[in-house]
Design a protein around this ligand. Structure first.
Ligand SMILES: NC(=O)c1ccc[n+]([C@@H]2O[C@H](COP(=O)([O-])OP(=O)(O)OC[C@H]3O[C@@H](n4cnc5c(N)ncnc54)[C@H](O)[C@@H]3O)[C@@H](O)[C@H]2O)c1
Length: 462
């Protein structure tokens, strides 16, 4: 009997040791990885010629774009060369803002959805900043790099695998930067927590959670040409994964020593947005592809797990979740920012009492504040006050733009490369594959095509 129990325990142990990896690849739906074209190499830690003055052109000036133009006027060494939007009123409005702030007027391009082509071709521009709707992001980004420009593209920068590989291949061929404008990695809590993680305070991170939970009812009618509702209506899957996934991937050093291996997704039926369309627009929609709530689990090569959620339909408080579970500590951003630290910090009187459920509680507010001060990320230290004044989601948008310009001016690798863009956007097509196959596991490619373990740990260039 004793032998039998031992054998059973060994089997259980073997099973649990391997449980992070799929037993056989056949359980996983394969995702093709196109071969890297000959003569092309990766753009890990890409350095480019320093640009003491960065000449910027903006494409897409709806709700999001004008704020970016304004933020750039607060960064020394930036020249705003061109403003482009389908609508003339949008370029005019932003030019008025520029004049009001004492800047020269920028050249305006407007009139149709192809006019941006003249902008990427401008000879006197270094960086194209794209804030159009999702469908035009990758097309503009690819052409911008072919036209010899660095490109920064709003989230999500690519919507399908062809667009993702198109951006990667073009960046590798042209040696131009292609950065996704993922601002949430620069929020103060996320930056501080990243620094804590890198200093080992939370131990090894074994699990991360992120989300985009944002009831978009007040905005649905504001988007140009109804692009956002239209996209949700026609596409299943997590359509906005980058805010949730970005900060977790950074804390887990994805493609800097670990990689995303596969995902599984489950969604709920859609009710709220169908009701919205009926009540607000009198539309009877029978086919709405996007689920009301989509949950995705990801497994990494190093045996870590990630949960990502998407819900833009239900009337819930805004939530990006952002939780990191480490072997020595825990960080949580929503709904309340807090840290819980390992058991060596705990009062033994508390831990011995199993009725006491507060043993692993968050550290008190004064301790949290002190931790946040102590572990403030070096890149935020000098610009935090200015970032809060200039604003953009409380300052994180300014830090993002500031870092982009800083690195371009010095010729340093950008904080986020085209492989980050690929990993964070690939959930859009791959969650749809999982959902359409009864939540089957779907392979996540190694977008670096063999380079995921070359760099050890994420480092922001200084
Ligand atoms: N990072 C963030 O926190 C954040 C916040 C809001 C929006 N966004 C992203 O920013 C992007 C824009 O969102 P928005 O809310 O401003 O949408 P919007 O509909 O208000 O603006 C889009 C603008 O792009 C213009 N446009 C569309 N196609 C064009 C083309 N071919 N050429 C030139 N202009 C074109 C439209 O005229 C419109 O003014 C989206 O990708 C969205 O996901 C990001």
């Amino acid at each position: 009997m004793k032998k039998l129990i031992t054998l059973f325990s060994v089997c259980l142990l073997l099973f649990s040791c391997n449980s992070q990896q799929p037993k056989e690849q056949s359980y996983v739906i394969k995702t093709p990885t196109p071969e890297r074209p000959a003569g092309q190499t990766d753009v890990l830690e890409l350095r480019t010629d320093p640009l003491p003055t960065v000449r910027v052109a903006f494409i897409g000036l709806g709700m999001r774009g004008p704020g970016a133009v304004n933020r750039m006027t607060h960064i020394p060494g930036v020249e705003i060369i061109a403003l482009c939007d389908v609508e003339q009123k949008n370029t005019e409005k932003v030019n008025k803002m520029l004049e009001g702030r004492g800047f020269p007027k920028a050249q305006e391009f407007y009139g149709d959805t192809s006019v941006w082509r003249k902008v990427t071709a401008l000879p006197n521009v270094d960086l194209i900043y794209v804030a159009t709707d999702w469908k035009s992001h990758a097309t503009i980004g690819i052409q911008a790099m072919k036209d010899g420009k660095h490109v920064a593209i709003e989230v999500p920068s690519a919507m399908n695998m062809d667009e993702i590989w198109g951006l990667i291949n073009t960046s590798e061929q042209t040696r131009k930067h292609c950065m996704q404008l993922e601002n949430c990695v620069y929020d103060f809590f996320e930056l501080t927590t990243l620094n804590m993680t890198q200093q080992g305070l939370l131990g090894e991170i074994v699990h991360g959670e992120g989300a985009y939970i944002h009831g978009l009812q007040p905005y649905w009618d504001e988007y140009w040409n109804n692009w956002r509702m239209d996209y949700n209506e026609k596409h299943r899957g997590d359509l906005y994964p980058t805010h949730g996934l970005g900060p977790v991937c950074q804390a887990m050093n994805i493609h800097r020593g670990d990689k995303l291996n596969y995902l599984v997704s489950v969604d709920s039926k859609q009710i709220s947005s169908i009701n919205y369309l009926k009540e607000k627009r009198g539309q009877d929609v029978t086919e709405f592809r996007n689920g009301e709530h989509t949950s995705t689990l990801i497994s990494t090569e190093k045996g870590k797990s990630i949960l990502i959620e998407h819900n833009v339909n239900s009337p819930r408080p805004y939530n990006r979740m952002y939780q990191l579970t480490g072997t020595k500590g825990f960080a949580n951003k929503y709904p309340i920012e807090g840290y819980a630290l390992g058991s060596e910090e705990l009062d033994p009187a508390l831990t011995k009492n199993h009725e006491n459920l507060t043993a692993h509680d968050f550290v008190p507010e004064d301790v949290r504040k002190a931790l946040m001060e102590k572990y403030k990320h070096p890149i935020a230290k000098d610009i935090e006050e200015q970032a809060k004044q200039v604003g953009g989601h409380g300052g994180m948008d300014f830090i993002m733009d500031y870092r982009l310009i800083y690195c371009l001016q010095k010729g340093l690798p950008l904080d986020m490369d085209v492989y980050d863009l690929a990993e964070w956007c690939c959930l859009i097509p791959l969650t749809a594959v999982s959902l359409d196959n009864n939540s089957a596991p779907v392979e996540i490619p190694d977008f670096t095509r063999g380079g995921w373990n070359k760099l050890q740990g994420l480092k922001f260039a200084q």
